[in-house]
Design a protein around this ligand. Sequence first.
Ligand code: GLV
Length: 319
Amino acid sequence: MPRVVVTRPIPAAALELLAKHAELWVSAEDRPLGVAELHEAVRGADAVVTLLHDRVDDAFLNAAGAALRVVANVAVGVDNVDVEACRARGVIATNTPGVLTDATADLALALILMVTRRLGEGERLLRRGERWSWSMTFHLGRGLGGKTLGVVGLGQIGTATARRCRALGMEVAYAGRRRAPADVERELEARFLPVEELLAVSDVVSLHCPLTPETRHLVDGAALRSMKPSAFLVNTTRGPVVDEGALVEALRAGVIAGAGLDVFEHEPDVHPGLLELENVVLLPHLGSATVETREAMAVLAARNVVAVLAGEAPPTPVT
Ligand code: GLV
């Protein structure tokens, strides 16, 4: 039986599937393994199921050794995987696109509503036991009807987020490496703009591009200054797409109106400046965090492993 290593506990349905085809080693502890522990764990593995905090690089691949055939990342993002290094050794890398689209788009929408209507701030006010009274001017937020959603990266999750925002009466514009398919553009009545222009015209900018060397700090101080002072930034992709220090300064100085963040530059740490600000909503990387979605992600990763070990094409290789 091939040896499959799972670096952290994953839903039972996925482990049951893997156990039918392999001898399984599953980390007993529900925490990220340290680098040395990770390298020790993967030694001699034919397949490894990794989570988004595991770094799959040359050192990992060296530690695993020549038997390794597939690294199945339980995430759609593969910024933690050196896909080229895998390819160079004939190791197939897979991810989990599709199954987390709706959960992540739901969360992006939640952040958009939370930050524009100041919902976290309102809840904190009540929990502090502060006196309050309904009034015409009490705790006003901003409406979304007729406003422009600027999507950076109109892939599956960006499209699903845009659909939700269309239902709220928003217009859609987008920027990205390439143009979306014509039917998607038509359905969303979406305008394709250079990213600089997108930032300048959007009332809500929602980030959905993958983290790559090109998108690292895509939203830096200059990008933030090019946004409207009334605009909001929402990030559900990867923290390092935003320069967190520059964002803190921009939020403090009123360069933009607010931000909704599910991801951070140095997870699990959050820039202390963000914690002090009222005009920012902070969530602990919950984009795909539903029972249904996490099971679907883990099962898809397991199906990728089983396929490769059987000499078949995996359902969702990283291309
Ligand atoms: C989660 O962040 C993912 O990339 O799937």
